[in-house]
Design a protein around this ligand. Structure first.
Ligand code: NDP
Ligand code: ZN
Length: 174
């Protein structure tokens, strides 16, 4: 039997996220498969030096509980409690109205763990890139501006993100 390797878990998370998001598309005119987005978030972190597989797995899984049929139990069973905790930090309560969810992202931002803060910042940056490159077709310039201002507010409220060269990123940055 092959010895376990951290890359195995990352590849499994990528395949798990691809299956979960299968059939979903991004809102932009290009209608990319949804999985492009979590892959971009994960890769952006990698480009910035993140090598913590727990953080990279949580990055590619960050929208599964919020946007697919995947449950917390599914994530915990396959990837463990540490990755689940990070994904839950990135999951909005969908029972709340959208405006309230957006308000709470700003309010909760300062309390994120370092790993969740890094993923959240990468998520917002990728969404802003998409908004510029391939915006939802029905969004007015005003709505794009509102989204940009809100995303900037969320990121500005995150705790300082430690340099990736000083692992472990996922520990709380106090
Ligand atoms: P949504 O939350 O509905 O959409 C934004 C989210 O869509 C992003 O955070 C991202 O989330 C995902 N996404 C998918 N494709 C793209 C893409 N191509 N580019 C960027 N993001 C993409 O929209 P809003 O943030 O505007 O929030 C809705 C709120 O706006 C509600 O409160 C609603 O009442 C209000 N509203 C405002 C209007 C206005 O003109 N100002 C008009 C209508 C509603 P993820 O990372 O999860 O993929
Ligand atoms: Zn996202």
């Amino acid at each position: 039997m092959l010895p376990s390797h951290p890359t195995t878990q990352l590849l499994e998370a990528i395949l798990f996220a691809e299956k979960a998001h299968r059939g979903q598309a991004r809102k932009g005119a290009e209608k990319q498969p949804y999985i492009s987005h979590p892959l971009e978030v994960m890769y952006l972190l990698w480009q910035h030096g993140v090598r913590d597989v727990v953080v990279l797995c949580a990055a590619v899984l960050h929208d599964t509980i919020e946007d697919t049929a995947v449950t917390p139990t599914d994530i915990e069973r396959q990837f463990g409690s540490e990755i689940l905790a990070l994904v839950l930090e990135l999951t909005d309560d969908k029972s709340l109205p959208k405006a309230e969810r957006k308000r709470l992202q700003v309010v909760h931002a300062p309390h994120k763990s370092a790993g969740a803060a890094a993923i959240k910042a990468a998520d917002k940056l990728c969404n802003l890139r998409d908004l510029r490159r391939t915006p939802p077709e029905d969004w007015t310039a005003e709505r794009r501006q509102e989204y940009t201002a809100w995303a900037a507010q969320v990121v500005a409220n995150l705790p300082p993100i430690p340099p990736a060269s000083k692992p472990p990123l996922r520990k709380s940055w106090q």
